[in-house]
Design a protein around this ligand. Sequence first.
Ligand code: COA
Length: 172
Amino acid sequence: MAGHGLDQPDLDRCDQVSATMCFDIREMTIDDYNEVLALWEACEGMGLHHEAEDSRDGIARVLDHNTGLSFVALDGGRIVGTIVGSQDGRRGYVRHLAVAPSHRRRGIGRALAERCTSVLRQAGIRRCNLHVMETNHDALAFWAKLGWTGRRDIIYMSGDTEPEAGPGGASR
Ligand SMILES: CC(C)(COP(=O)(O)OP(=O)(O)OC[C@H]1O[C@@H](n2cnc3c(N)ncnc32)[C@H](O)[C@@H]1OP(=O)(O)O)[C@@H](O)C(=O)NCCC(=O)NCCS
């Protein structure tokens, strides 16, 4: 899917909504991994899987398969926000939206979400899904503010691709 972000400049100066806050957004690369992981570990509600999907190799695979859909927000060169986007040709998916606790409520989360959904829209994807823990009230309030709605009519099911995964597989 190379080229999804081509209509966007690599780096938007001051992708800001507040007169008191100025930040940049650019595409995330695997070179950001260590700083991004530190941010994720500093944020609650991320549900990280360090050994697998959220390892360096796991994130590299997502970025490779979904060029132009993941972004970082920067304040003075420091990464203060992330979003990891993907799509399967039919639906978009958002993961790992996170904003540093010191930088919340300044429009960074909204800007990251809108950047990702804008690229999906340009790729012809009309709907986007994400998972939120039911106890993550901040994230639920945030997404509701952006107009996203919860689906009570769908049960999220999960299975392992490894036949010998054993107990605990369903929680991964
Ligand atoms: C959820 C999160 C990304 C929001 O980031 P943020 O940069 O603070 O959000 P924004 O400032 O862009 O807020 C956008 C809107 O949501 C609202 N909002 C944000 N957090 C909110 C909260 N906890 N409760 C109620 N409303 C909230 C804002 O008031 C704003 O509304 P407005 O545009 O009408 O003023 C951030 O709290 C976070 O990183 N949480 C921990 C990680 C996490 O849970 N990620 C989501 C996983 S699905």
